[in-house]
Design a protein around this ligand. Structure first.
Ligand code: HEC
Ligand code: HEC
Length: 288
């Protein structure tokens, strides 16, 4: 086995074990996740066609976690992320804005939005742009409810609402469209994914495509999938958004991240989501 050190002296301590072409011995496949005994989750499946040559199999981040962390996600009573979903339900039924509407005035119940998480980011014809779930929520608040100060993109209230929308979509197969009008953003996202960032000159792919299964700072690298978002992170004791995670990963390379909600991160989210086409929605997932 040859280990190629990617990094020179100073940063070697940070990623001593990152190596190209190492066998993927640490992936504990074969585990089964069925949430509440009734929602089967696809944690491992054939990679979508566009990843031919890069990945054969795609894995949920769940696969790379310890038994304890895995177990927390199997039952809503043990999943701390569900507390935020509860708060999302409350907000969903609360009137806001000058029109006196709640989300429920138009969407009846959260379950009516069950198909959303699996198909976003998504091209929005009226706005001529790819929209994330967060952007869609802000659109309803500002354009349909008369809310003067919509939820901040990465605010607690937004994360609660997005967690609610994910939770009702659990078990649905991720299937984001990357063709047609979304193709341009998808290409941008792909370019960003393979660009090396920061002093450490590391791309998303170097960690999440070439080294998944390997240890990095005592943490098992996953494929960096987004099907579990918003994820409850044990480290933060809170739910975190996709863009927040992207930002953290770029910061870890000592790079300058794009802004949360920026067109670059929206494009990156679309591309990363498409790498998970075939997995199932599991937000709020539980992660380190
Ligand atoms: C006045 C009616 C109205 C209210 C109130 C409203 N929405 Fe919407 N919402 C809509 C309409 C109409 C659409 C479809 C718009 C489109 O297709 O672009 C929509 C679309 C959505 C979608 C995307 C659905 C899909 O299948 O793509 C989400 C998610 C959403 N709304 C969330 C919310 C949330 C969360 C709230 C409360 C903060 C809310 N909406 C309040 C009317 C409303
Ligand atoms: C230096 C290595 C490294 C780089 C480069 C890196 N990440 Fe990560 N990333 C990690 C580690 C470590 C974790 C936590 C363990 C895990 O889930 O992989 C993580 C977690 C994630 C997760 C959460 C996965 C889940 O299941 O919750 C996503 C999404 C992600 N990264 C996306 C990205 C994207 C997109 C890029 C490029 C902008 C990137 N990462 C760059 C190391 C890296």
């Amino acid at each position: 086995m040859t280990r190629k050190t990617l990094l020179g002296g100073t940063s070697a301590a940070i990623i001593a074990v990152l190596a190209a072409g190492v066998g993927l011995a640490d992936i504990r496949t074969g585990g089964e996740l069925v949430i509440n005994g009734e929602i089967p989750i696809v944690t491992e499946t054939a990679a979508p066609e566009h990843l031919a040559g890069a990945l054969n199999t795609i894995y949920s981040g769940w696969v790379f976690r310890t038994d304890e962390t895995r177990a927390m996600q199997a039952d809503d009573f043990d999943n701390p992320g569900m507390l935020y979903v509860e708060q999302g339900i409350e907000a969903f039924n609360t009137a806001m804005g000058t029109e006196g509407n709640s989300c429920a005035s138009c969407h009846e119940n959260p379950e009516s939005l069950a198909g959303v998480r699996a198909t976003y980011p998504q091209w929005d014809e009226a706005h001529g742009e790819v929209q994330t779930v967060e952007m869609q929520v802000i659109e309803c608040q500002t354009e349909r409810m008369g809310v003067a100060e919509p939820y901040g993109y990465d605010s607690q209230q937004m994360r609660n609402m997005v967690a609610l929308i994910a939770s009702v979509g659990r078990g649905q197969t991720v299937n984001v469209a990357m063709d047609g009008p979304a193709a341009e953003a998808w290409e941008l996202g792909r370019e960003i994914y393979y660009t090396q960032y920061g002093q450490m000159e590391l791309s998303c792919a170097q960690c999440h495509e070439n080294n998944y299964g390997n240890l990095i700072r005592a943490d098992h690298l996953s494929q960096g999938q987004v099907n579990g978002f918003p994820t409850y992170r044990l480290k933060n004791a809170n739910i975190v958004s996709i863009h927040n995670r992207f930002r953290g990963c770029i910061r870890d390379t000592r790079g300058e991240p794009y802004a949360i909600g920026s067109p670059e991160f929206v494009a990156l989210e679309l591309y990363v989501a498409s790498r998970g086409n075939g997995l199932t929605v599991e937000g709020p997932a539980v992660r380190n």
